[in-house]
Design a protein. Structure first.
Length: 643
């Protein structure tokens, strides 16, 4: 870049639209040293803006580029020093992964490579001579350490020198993406430069105001041949995404590879190959949130050590969709083998506790169009039995019960989403024998509390919510019901966001146990649970729902619908089914879902060339899913009778 052009860039930035985005903020500068650093007047809500300016000057990075990189990694959120589900900390998403925790989440990950994308926190902290714990918790030092890491990546690629123009940072940004594959890294770098050409301004959830002005017509150097990324030559290639033509949809492959390339028997990620629906029918779609940024989720799914992936990810800002696993294959997304076999997973960029800050109308509409497309393709009913949240999915074994996921969380607007699917919930009120939970979202603003690790609990801002609290008696001051899996000490339920024991979610259906004035009791989790329902305004009829009751007391429930050991052919070890801790007492009534034959699918990593790979096992046992508590569970048909 010539000196004259550099002067032009500075002029463009100084007169750009960042003016007024931050009160008293000096305009964004492109410079590579203290003499060209922008200076924002000190104020409590501009601390992180000044940190970006200072770090850019210290490490010779164009400040808008550093901010655009962080924006794509985290949208400048630090989440109070908490680790994202992808293992990152702070606005620069510096990672610190514990391999033992990954293995506990997915036993298939027996061996893990020490890939640098999983451990950037330690490297970045060393570059600024700070302890990693400080870089985790202090947003300003996190920004500084992240800037040092980006500059180091650039120097490594430039034989000790920093790029002499803004487009020359492209390979370093690709390496900083967190993706080990060139396809994911390239998509991240492309998005950073796209954002750079638009500018951004945002107030974070902690009240920090940040902005940078657009820098148009930057020509990035997209040559990744000097990087450590894999499959550089194949980066632009990939299958055509399975999406409606009108959506902005792309395909970036998730990792299907051993975690130890030298030993494919030691575990692999992040999905299983299959031939659905020819071998296993796809009967549901699971709605997730990422609990990390869009790009970070993409990068994580491209690393086999992550141990999980969904079929699709939807971006918050504009509804862009990235498909990462073919729908014929079984992504590891639901934490339940039975559900993974039968479903498609869709991640949505966002954090359950921050709800409406991430669940945008563009996201809802894009996601709904994708779900309608997939439901039509695979003949999936558009109802809340088949379009479920991750929070509707039970554990698949008793050891996991009580610790199930709760995304997309209390602030996902199920009523609006079902309307976008052209299957609105019944607008009538109340119900006689069975009801649909249907609080009016905007007006329903219950208290929800978040308790970060090692920090005091805090009440989340009041906002529209999709659930009703359940009490032990028909009065507001009665304790919330508890679940022994969530509260083994027998204590009542709480208002914590992750505590699902006393929540009834929008769209779910339950049998009516009793009414008393403004209160309604439903059968829930083996108990009579009371919710406020004056005039039926928090519920709707559920006409046509099938109701069942147990044939005896304390019948068992299951998270899987597995065949009996004798149904498995020689050479395949039977998968063991164990009852969940959830029992169904005699006399209670529950809504039943669509029955299914016992089913399992024997699948291993294709590279092992196992002759029994991809074999479907079907048993004679019939299972019925029931709407039992916050989640669906299976019951053997022989243990139930119709009401």
């Amino acid at each position: 870049m010539t000196a004259r052009k550099l002067h032009w860039w500075r002029a463009a930035v100084v007169t750009a639209s960042v003016t007024g985005l931050l009160t008293g903020a000096a305009h964004t500068a492109l410079g590579a040293g203290p003499d060209t650093a922008a200076t924002t007047p000190a104020a409590p809500d501009t601390v992180e803006q000044r940190a970006f300016e200072s770090a850019a000057a210290e490490f010779g990075i164009p400040m808008p580029l550093l901010m655009a990189t962080s924006f794509q990694l985290t949208r400048w959120e630090d989440h109070n020093g908490e680790q994202s589900v992808a293992g990152g900390y702070g606005p620069m998403h510096l990672t610190d992964i514990d391999p033992d925790e990954l293995r506990s989440e997915n036993p298939k990950l027996q061996k893990l490579g020490d890939h640098p994308t999983l451990h950037t926190l330690t490297e970045a902290a060393a570059l600024v001579n700070l302890p990693p714990e400080q870089v985790k918790r202090d947003p300003e030092q996190n920004i500084r350490a992240g800037a040092a890491l980006l500059a180091q990546r650039a120097k490594n690629l430039g034989e000790g020198d920093l790029p002499n123009n803004i487009g020359g940072w492209y390979p370093a940004i690709a390496e900083l993406s967190g993706s080990p594959q060139a396809s994911g890294a390239q998509s991240f770098a492309d998005d950073v430069y796209d954002v750079l050409g638009q500018g951004r301004a945002r107030t974070t959830s902690t009240g920090q105001r940040l902005a940078f002005a657009k820098i148009p017509e930057v020509l990035p150097d997209r040559d990744l041949s000097g990087t450590n990324l894999k499959n550089v030559k194949d980066a632009p290639l990939g299958p055509k995404p399975e999406c409606p033509t009108e959506l902005d949809c792309r395909y970036i492959p998730a990792a299907y590879a051993p975690t130890d390339p030298q030993d494919p028997t030691g575990g692999y990620g992040n999905y299983d190959t299959a031939n659905r629906p020819k071998d296993v029918k796809i009967d549901s779609i699971v709605i997730h949130d990422t609990e990390t940024s869009y790009q970070t989720a993409i990068s994580a799914f491209q690393n086999p050590a992550h141990g999980a992936a969904s079929h699709y990810i939807v971006r918050s800002s504009d509804g862009q969709i990235t498909q990462m696993v073919p729908t014929k294959d079984m992504a590891w997304h639901a934490g339940n083998w039975d559900r993974n076999m039968r479903s498609i997973g869709i991640e949505h960029e966002g954090f359950a506790a921050e709800g409406g800050k991430w669940y945008t109308e563009q996201m809802y509409r894009s996601s709904a169009e994708l779900v309608k497309f997939l439901a039509d393709k695979y003949d999936i009913p558009l109802d809340r039995e088949h379009i479920v949240g991750h929070d509707d999915v039970s554990a698949d074994n008793p050891a996991k019960a009580g610790g199930e996921h709760y995304d997309p969380g209390p602030f996902w607007d199920w009523a609006h989403y079902m309307k976008l699917l052209d299957e609105p919930l019944d607008g009538d009120t109340g119900g006689d024998d069975v009801v649909t939970i249907f609080p009016r979202f905007d007006a329903n603003r219950p208290e929800v509390v978040e308790c970060p690790k090692d920090e005091p609990c805090r009440t989340l801002p009041a906002q529209g919510a999709n659930f009703l609290y359940l009490h032990t008696e028909p009065r507001d001051d009665a304790p919330l019901i508890g679940s022994p899996t969530v509260h083994p000490d027998g204590s009542p339920g709480t208002t914590k966001i992750e505590d699902w024991s006393a929540k009834a979610n929008t769209g779910r259906q339950y049998a009516v146990a009793e009414r008393s004035g403004d209160w309604l009791a439903i059968w829930f989790d083996g108990k009579k649970a009371w919710l406020r329902d004056p005039g039926g305004t928090n519920t709707a009829p559920a006409d046509g729902a099938d109701l069942v009751t147990p044939v005896r007391d304390q019948i068992p429930t299951y998270g899987l619908s597995l065949p009996q050991p004798g149904d498995y052919p020689t050479g395949i070890d039977p998968r063991k089914i164990k009852p969940l801790p959830y029992k169904v007492p005699a006399g209670q009534v529950y809504v039943a879902g669509e029955e299914t034959k016992a089913l399992d699918y024997n699948v291993v990593y294709d590279g092992l060339n196992d002759p029994k790979n991809h074999e479907v096992i079907v048993g004679d046992e019939v299972y019925i899913p029931i709407s039992y508590n916050y989640r669906w569970v299976y019951v053997k048909e022989s243990d139930l009778k119709s009401v």
